[in-house]
Design a protein around this ligand. Structure first.
Ligand code: PLP
Length: 228
């Protein structure tokens, strides 16, 4: 199937749900992103700062760019002028740098806390305790250019449905807890980013509001020839 057909297929599956599609475009050239855009995709996810910053000026301005990969503080400045949401916030230090760069650019930058939900050590993210520590800190309370709008998690790479469901439920419970304790009146805090090509159906059933889909739209990634 073509990229356009794949996008239409996902849009059809998401009809009537509370969930939207983030097209994960890492390693793919601008021409393919344009193809996805032409088919209706507007939320694009990249995991590398340089790659996102290189592609953004080549594409329409109404794209919502989501950074979904680990972000080093010294690189925030390259995406701060345009990024819509940074889904991978995992420290107060990073949040402080986003605040600083948001102020410099006169922008309010949406951020998700990334939680560690997989049973794999390699996957990064906060615990619920660490997230609450950040929300209670003086530093966070003084911030005016970052806005917490949701949570993100990457489940274990497994076929075990029961385990995937448990991990998605865990992320959702973190969202509910933070919502109740810190954002009861905030309409902005509303996103649960979970589900990828292999597990998005389960994620939607467990309450995902943003699925991040790459290979099921664009095919396999070839890292050797990628643009960055
Ligand atoms: C690459 C990536 C995805 C998309 O993965 P697919 O399996 O290709 O759908 C989703 N989320 C994150 C954080 C990623 O790095």
């Amino acid at each position: 199937m073509s990229i356009a057909e794949n996008i239409h297929h996902f849009e059809a599956q998401l009809q009537g749900t509370n969930c939207r599609l983030v097209a994960v475009t890492k390693t793919h050239p601008v021409a393919l992103l344009q193809e996805a855009y032409n088919a209706g995709a507007r939320l694009f996810g990249e995991n590398k700062v340089q790659e996102m910053a290189a592609k953004q000026p080549e594409l329409p301005v109404d794209i919502e760019w989501h950074l979904i990969g680990h972000l080093q503080t010294n690189k925030v400045k390259y995406i701060a002028p345009f990024v819509h949401t940074i889904q991978s916030v995992d420290s107060v230090k990073l949040l402080q740098e986003i605040e600083k760069q948001g102020a410099k650019n006169g922008r309010l930058i949406n951020c998700f806390f990334q939680f560690h939900i997989a049973d794999e050590e390699t996957k990064t993210g906060l615990s619920i305790l660490e997230a609450e520590e950040i929300l209670q800190s003086e530093a966070y309370r003084a911030m005016r250019h970052v806005r917490l709008t949701g949570v993100m998690g990457i489940a274990t790479n497994t076929d075990d449905e029961a385990q995937l469901r448990r991990e998605f439920q865990e992320l959702r419970s973190y969202f509910e807890k933070l919502k109740a304790s810190y954002f009861p009146d905030s309409e902005a805090f509303r996103e649960i980013s979970m589900g990828m090509s292999a597990d998005y159906r389960l994620a939607i059933e467990e309450g995902s509001t943003l699925i991040r889909v790459g290979s099921a739209i664009f095919g396999h990634r070839n890292y050797a020839t990628s643009a960055s």
